[in-house]
Ligand binder design. Structure first.
Ligand SMILES: [Zn+2]
Length: 332
Protein backbone atom coordinates (compact mmCIF):
# COMPACT_ATOMS: atom_id res chain seq x y z
CA UNK A 1 0.00 0.00 0.00
CA UNK A 2 2.90 2.36 0.74
CA UNK A 3 4.28 1.77 -2.75
CA UNK A 4 0.82 2.24 -4.23
CA UNK A 5 0.31 5.49 -2.31
CA UNK A 6 3.64 7.00 -3.29
CA UNK A 7 2.77 6.51 -6.98
CA UNK A 8 -0.96 7.27 -6.88
CA UNK A 9 -0.64 10.43 -4.81
CA UNK A 10 2.30 11.96 -6.66
CA UNK A 11 0.71 11.40 -10.08
CA UNK A 12 -2.77 12.68 -9.12
CA UNK A 13 -3.61 15.95 -10.94
CA UNK A 14 -5.49 17.30 -7.89
CA UNK A 15 -4.24 15.34 -4.87
CA UNK A 16 -6.08 15.51 -1.53
CA UNK A 17 -4.73 17.89 1.09
CA UNK A 18 -4.64 14.99 3.56
CA UNK A 19 -4.58 11.24 3.23
CA UNK A 20 -4.56 9.14 6.39
CA UNK A 21 -4.59 5.38 6.12
CA UNK A 22 -4.99 2.51 8.56
CA UNK A 23 -4.42 -0.84 6.75
CA UNK A 24 -6.96 -0.53 3.92
CA UNK A 25 -9.10 2.29 5.27
CA UNK A 26 -8.29 5.86 4.33
CA UNK A 27 -9.52 9.27 5.36
CA UNK A 28 -8.94 12.02 2.82
CA UNK A 29 -9.80 15.65 2.40
CA UNK A 30 -10.21 17.22 -1.01
CA UNK A 31 -12.48 19.61 -2.83
CA UNK A 32 -15.82 18.03 -3.69
CA UNK A 33 -15.45 18.81 -7.43
CA UNK A 34 -12.25 16.72 -7.60
CA UNK A 35 -13.69 13.73 -5.69
CA UNK A 36 -14.85 11.69 -8.70
CA UNK A 37 -11.73 12.48 -10.68
CA UNK A 38 -9.48 11.42 -7.79
CA UNK A 39 -11.44 8.18 -7.19
CA UNK A 40 -11.14 7.37 -10.89
CA UNK A 41 -7.40 8.09 -10.76
CA UNK A 42 -6.60 5.81 -7.79
CA UNK A 43 -8.80 3.05 -9.18
CA UNK A 44 -6.72 3.09 -12.36
CA UNK A 45 -3.34 3.17 -10.63
CA UNK A 46 -3.23 -0.55 -9.86
CA UNK A 47 -5.40 -3.23 -11.43
CA UNK A 48 -5.65 -5.17 -8.14
CA UNK A 49 -6.44 -2.29 -5.79
CA UNK A 50 -9.89 -0.79 -5.99
CA UNK A 51 -11.50 1.80 -3.74
CA UNK A 52 -15.06 2.58 -2.82
CA UNK A 53 -15.80 6.00 -1.38
CA UNK A 54 -18.09 7.39 1.22
CA UNK A 55 -18.77 11.10 1.46
CA UNK A 56 -19.58 13.09 4.57
CA UNK A 57 -23.18 13.21 5.76
CA UNK A 58 -24.41 16.21 7.76
CA UNK A 59 -20.82 17.50 7.78
CA UNK A 60 -19.63 14.32 9.54
CA UNK A 61 -17.54 11.37 8.41
CA UNK A 62 -16.39 8.37 10.44
CA UNK A 63 -12.91 6.87 10.28
CA UNK A 64 -12.18 3.87 12.54
CA UNK A 65 -13.56 4.93 15.95
CA UNK A 66 -13.25 8.65 15.24
CA UNK A 67 -16.00 10.83 13.89
CA UNK A 68 -14.72 13.97 12.20
CA UNK A 69 -17.19 16.82 12.14
CA UNK A 70 -16.90 19.99 10.08
CA UNK A 71 -17.99 22.93 12.21
CA UNK A 72 -19.74 26.02 10.70
CA UNK A 73 -16.53 28.05 11.17
CA UNK A 74 -14.65 25.57 8.96
CA UNK A 75 -12.70 24.02 11.84
CA UNK A 76 -12.76 20.28 12.40
CA UNK A 77 -13.71 18.62 15.65
CA UNK A 78 -13.48 14.95 16.53
CA UNK A 79 -15.47 12.66 18.80
CA UNK A 80 -15.84 8.94 19.48
CA UNK A 81 -17.73 7.05 16.77
CA UNK A 82 -19.80 3.93 17.35
CA UNK A 83 -21.59 2.03 14.61
CA UNK A 84 -25.38 1.92 14.86
CA UNK A 85 -25.03 -1.83 15.50
CA UNK A 86 -22.71 -1.31 18.48
CA UNK A 87 -24.18 -3.06 21.54
CA UNK A 88 -22.16 -1.30 24.27
CA UNK A 89 -21.25 -4.63 25.82
CA UNK A 90 -18.00 -4.92 27.70
CA UNK A 91 -16.44 -7.47 30.05
CA UNK A 92 -19.03 -7.89 32.83
CA UNK A 93 -17.84 -6.96 36.29
CA UNK A 94 -18.98 -10.28 37.78
CA UNK A 95 -17.25 -12.45 35.16
CA UNK A 96 -14.38 -14.70 36.16
CA UNK A 97 -11.52 -12.39 35.17
CA UNK A 98 -8.84 -10.60 37.17
CA UNK A 99 -9.86 -7.23 38.57
CA UNK A 100 -7.02 -5.55 36.66
CA UNK A 101 -8.62 -6.58 33.35
CA UNK A 102 -11.92 -4.96 34.40
CA UNK A 103 -10.15 -1.83 35.59
CA UNK A 104 -8.38 -1.87 32.23
CA UNK A 105 -11.74 -1.68 30.46
CA UNK A 106 -12.68 1.47 32.39
CA UNK A 107 -9.27 3.04 31.87
CA UNK A 108 -9.19 2.28 28.14
CA UNK A 109 -12.62 3.76 27.48
CA UNK A 110 -11.83 6.91 29.44
CA UNK A 111 -8.45 7.20 27.78
CA UNK A 112 -10.11 6.95 24.37
CA UNK A 113 -12.60 9.68 25.31
CA UNK A 114 -9.74 11.99 26.33
CA UNK A 115 -7.73 11.17 23.25
CA UNK A 116 -10.44 11.47 20.60
CA UNK A 117 -12.94 14.08 21.81
CA UNK A 118 -11.60 17.50 20.90
CA UNK A 119 -14.52 19.42 22.43
CA UNK A 120 -14.82 19.48 26.28
CA UNK A 121 -18.63 19.10 26.11
CA UNK A 122 -18.35 16.05 23.84
CA UNK A 123 -15.76 14.59 26.20
CA UNK A 124 -18.09 15.03 29.16
CA UNK A 125 -21.00 13.52 27.23
CA UNK A 126 -18.83 10.56 26.16
CA UNK A 127 -17.65 9.91 29.72
CA UNK A 128 -21.24 10.04 31.03
CA UNK A 129 -22.21 7.53 28.35
CA UNK A 130 -19.26 5.27 29.29
CA UNK A 131 -20.13 5.37 33.00
CA UNK A 132 -23.81 4.58 32.36
CA UNK A 133 -22.84 1.69 30.09
CA UNK A 134 -20.39 0.34 32.65
CA UNK A 135 -23.01 0.54 35.39
CA UNK A 136 -25.23 -1.64 33.21
CA UNK A 137 -22.34 -4.12 32.96
CA UNK A 138 -22.23 -4.35 36.76
CA UNK A 139 -19.34 -1.94 37.41
CA UNK A 140 -19.74 -0.30 40.84
CA UNK A 141 -19.03 3.42 41.22
CA UNK A 142 -15.89 2.78 43.29
CA UNK A 143 -14.34 0.75 40.44
CA UNK A 144 -14.98 3.50 37.90
CA UNK A 145 -13.65 6.18 40.27
CA UNK A 146 -10.58 4.16 41.21
CA UNK A 147 -9.72 3.23 37.64
CA UNK A 148 -9.99 6.78 36.36
CA UNK A 149 -8.05 8.12 39.37
CA UNK A 150 -5.18 5.67 38.92
CA UNK A 151 -5.04 6.15 35.14
CA UNK A 152 -2.67 9.10 35.25
CA UNK A 153 -0.61 7.56 38.04
CA UNK A 154 -0.22 4.27 36.18
CA UNK A 155 1.00 6.10 33.10
CA UNK A 156 3.68 8.07 34.96
CA UNK A 157 4.75 4.96 36.91
CA UNK A 158 5.21 2.98 33.71
CA UNK A 159 7.31 5.76 32.22
CA UNK A 160 9.52 5.82 35.32
CA UNK A 161 9.74 2.03 35.46
CA UNK A 162 10.90 1.75 31.89
CA UNK A 163 13.99 3.71 32.86
CA UNK A 164 14.81 1.33 35.73
CA UNK A 165 15.80 -2.33 35.65
CA UNK A 166 13.77 -4.95 33.80
CA UNK A 167 10.91 -6.62 35.65
CA UNK A 168 10.37 -10.35 35.74
CA UNK A 169 7.07 -11.42 34.21
CA UNK A 170 5.23 -14.67 34.92
CA UNK A 171 1.97 -15.83 33.34
CA UNK A 172 -0.36 -18.29 35.06
CA UNK A 173 -4.00 -19.37 34.66
CA UNK A 174 -6.46 -17.16 36.55
CA UNK A 175 -8.00 -18.59 39.71
CA UNK A 176 -10.33 -16.21 41.48
CA UNK A 177 -9.07 -14.92 44.86
CA UNK A 178 -5.85 -16.98 44.64
CA UNK A 179 -4.33 -15.04 41.73
CA UNK A 180 -4.89 -11.71 43.53
CA UNK A 181 -3.03 -12.95 46.64
CA UNK A 182 -0.18 -14.38 44.55
CA UNK A 183 0.11 -11.16 42.54
CA UNK A 184 0.50 -9.21 45.76
CA UNK A 185 3.13 -11.60 47.15
CA UNK A 186 5.05 -11.85 43.87
CA UNK A 187 5.14 -8.07 43.57
CA UNK A 188 7.16 -7.78 46.80
CA UNK A 189 9.86 -9.87 45.08
CA UNK A 190 9.78 -7.75 41.94
CA UNK A 191 7.89 -10.38 39.93
CA UNK A 192 4.87 -9.32 37.89
CA UNK A 193 2.24 -12.09 37.74
CA UNK A 194 -0.09 -11.91 34.75
CA UNK A 195 -3.28 -13.93 34.58
CA UNK A 196 -4.54 -15.74 31.52
CA UNK A 197 -7.92 -17.49 31.10
CA UNK A 198 -8.04 -21.00 32.53
CA UNK A 199 -10.24 -22.49 29.82
CA UNK A 200 -11.14 -20.59 26.71
CA UNK A 201 -13.97 -21.48 24.34
CA UNK A 202 -11.32 -21.77 21.63
CA UNK A 203 -9.39 -24.37 23.61
CA UNK A 204 -12.57 -26.34 24.27
CA UNK A 205 -14.03 -26.25 20.78
CA UNK A 206 -11.25 -25.80 18.27
CA UNK A 207 -9.27 -28.93 17.62
CA UNK A 208 -8.15 -28.60 13.99
CA UNK A 209 -6.02 -31.75 13.89
CA UNK A 210 -7.16 -35.33 14.32
CA UNK A 211 -6.02 -36.61 17.71
CA UNK A 212 -2.76 -38.59 17.60
CA UNK A 213 -3.27 -42.27 18.51
CA UNK A 214 -2.09 -42.63 22.11
CA UNK A 215 0.69 -45.08 21.17
CA UNK A 216 2.26 -42.44 18.88
CA UNK A 217 2.04 -39.57 21.35
CA UNK A 218 5.50 -38.14 22.05
CA UNK A 219 6.56 -36.74 25.43
CA UNK A 220 3.95 -38.57 27.51
CA UNK A 221 3.83 -39.13 31.25
CA UNK A 222 2.28 -42.58 31.49
CA UNK A 223 0.93 -45.01 34.03
CA UNK A 224 1.45 -48.78 33.70
CA UNK A 225 -0.50 -51.14 35.92
CA UNK A 226 0.56 -54.80 36.16
CA UNK A 227 -2.33 -57.12 35.44
CA UNK A 228 -0.81 -60.14 37.14
CA UNK A 229 -1.20 -63.57 35.57
CA UNK A 230 -4.36 -65.64 35.34
CA UNK A 231 -6.30 -65.36 38.61
CA UNK A 232 -3.24 -63.92 40.28
CA UNK A 233 -4.14 -60.29 40.64
CA UNK A 234 -1.31 -57.76 40.98
CA UNK A 235 -1.60 -54.18 42.16
CA UNK A 236 1.94 -53.09 41.24
CA UNK A 237 2.12 -49.99 39.08
CA UNK A 238 4.62 -47.58 37.59
CA UNK A 239 4.66 -43.95 36.41
CA UNK A 240 7.26 -42.83 33.89
CA UNK A 241 7.97 -40.30 31.18
CA UNK A 242 9.70 -40.36 27.84
CA UNK A 243 10.45 -37.87 25.13
CA UNK A 244 9.94 -40.56 22.49
CA UNK A 245 6.63 -42.15 21.57
CA UNK A 246 4.75 -44.13 24.18
CA UNK A 247 4.97 -47.18 21.94
CA UNK A 248 8.78 -47.10 21.82
CA UNK A 249 9.15 -46.80 25.60
CA UNK A 250 6.55 -49.47 26.36
CA UNK A 251 8.45 -51.91 24.09
CA UNK A 252 11.49 -51.41 26.31
CA UNK A 253 9.48 -52.12 29.43
CA UNK A 254 8.41 -55.47 27.94
CA UNK A 255 11.93 -56.46 26.90
CA UNK A 256 13.41 -59.07 29.31
CA UNK A 257 16.92 -57.65 29.41
CA UNK A 258 16.06 -53.99 29.98
CA UNK A 259 17.95 -53.15 33.16
CA UNK A 260 16.78 -49.56 33.22
CA UNK A 261 13.14 -50.61 33.49
CA UNK A 262 11.54 -51.42 36.84
CA UNK A 263 8.54 -52.81 34.98
CA UNK A 264 10.75 -55.22 33.00
CA UNK A 265 12.41 -56.40 36.24
CA UNK A 266 9.01 -56.99 37.81
CA UNK A 267 7.39 -58.97 34.99
CA UNK A 268 10.50 -60.98 34.02
CA UNK A 269 12.54 -61.43 37.24
CA UNK A 270 10.50 -60.73 40.40
CA UNK A 271 7.08 -62.03 39.29
CA UNK A 272 7.57 -64.14 36.15
CA UNK A 273 4.42 -64.53 34.12
CA UNK A 274 2.99 -61.16 35.17
CA UNK A 275 2.09 -58.95 32.31
CA UNK A 276 0.37 -55.74 31.27
CA UNK A 277 -1.61 -54.77 28.19
CA UNK A 278 -0.18 -51.99 26.01
CA UNK A 279 -3.72 -50.75 25.34
CA UNK A 280 -4.28 -50.26 29.06
CA UNK A 281 -1.27 -48.00 29.54
CA UNK A 282 -2.79 -44.67 30.54
CA UNK A 283 -1.38 -41.33 29.42
CA UNK A 284 -1.62 -39.00 32.39
CA UNK A 285 -0.21 -35.97 30.68
CA UNK A 286 1.85 -34.79 27.78
CA UNK A 287 4.67 -32.28 27.88
CA UNK A 288 7.17 -31.66 25.06
CA UNK A 289 9.53 -29.63 27.29
CA UNK A 290 12.12 -31.93 28.96
CA UNK A 291 12.43 -29.94 32.17
CA UNK A 292 8.69 -29.39 32.67
CA UNK A 293 8.00 -33.05 31.90
CA UNK A 294 10.40 -34.07 34.68
CA UNK A 295 8.52 -31.86 37.16
CA UNK A 296 5.14 -33.20 36.06
CA UNK A 297 6.34 -36.81 36.33
CA UNK A 298 7.61 -36.11 39.84
CA UNK A 299 4.26 -34.55 40.79
CA UNK A 300 2.30 -37.54 39.48
CA UNK A 301 4.62 -39.92 41.35
CA UNK A 302 4.22 -37.88 44.54
CA UNK A 303 0.43 -37.89 44.16
CA UNK A 304 -0.19 -41.51 43.11
CA UNK A 305 2.76 -43.18 44.91
CA UNK A 306 3.18 -46.03 42.36
CA UNK A 307 4.68 -49.14 43.93
CA UNK A 308 7.30 -49.94 41.28
CA UNK A 309 8.93 -46.50 41.23
CA UNK A 310 12.14 -46.63 43.23
CA UNK A 311 12.41 -42.86 43.67
CA UNK A 312 10.47 -39.69 43.00
CA UNK A 313 11.49 -39.41 39.33
CA UNK A 314 14.36 -37.61 37.66
CA UNK A 315 13.35 -34.27 39.21
CA UNK A 316 13.71 -33.92 42.97
CA UNK A 317 10.44 -32.37 44.02
CA UNK A 318 10.81 -30.13 47.11
CA UNK A 319 8.89 -31.01 50.30
CA UNK A 320 6.69 -27.94 49.84
CA UNK A 321 4.93 -29.91 47.10
CA UNK A 322 3.85 -32.64 49.54
CA UNK A 323 0.26 -31.47 49.81
CA UNK A 324 -0.21 -30.49 46.17
CA UNK A 325 -2.11 -33.04 44.16
CA UNK A 326 -2.01 -33.29 40.39
CA UNK A 327 -4.87 -34.89 38.56
CA UNK A 328 -5.07 -36.52 35.18
CA UNK A 329 -5.05 -33.56 32.83
CA UNK A 330 -7.07 -33.23 29.69
CA UNK A 331 -4.87 -33.31 26.63
CA UNK A 332 -5.62 -33.26 22.93
ZN1 LIG B 1 2.69 -57.77 38.80
Amino acid sequence: MEHFESIALTTAPNPPSWWYRYVDDTHTKLERKFADEFTHHINNSDQHIKFTTEEEHDNALAFLDVETIRRPDGQIKTKVFRKSTHTDQYLHFTSNHPLVHKMGVVRTLHHRADLICSDPNDRLEEKTHINNTLHHSGYPSWAIKQATRTRKKAHTNSVQRNGNQKKVHVTAPYIKNLTEILQHTFRTYGVQLHARPFNTIRQLLVCPKDPTPSKDVCGPIYHIRCEGCGDNECKMDYIGETERSLQARVKEHRRPSCVTSEVSKHIHNDSPGHNFMVENVKILDREPDWFKRGIKEAMYIRTHKPTLNRDGGRYQLPRIRDNIKITHAQWC
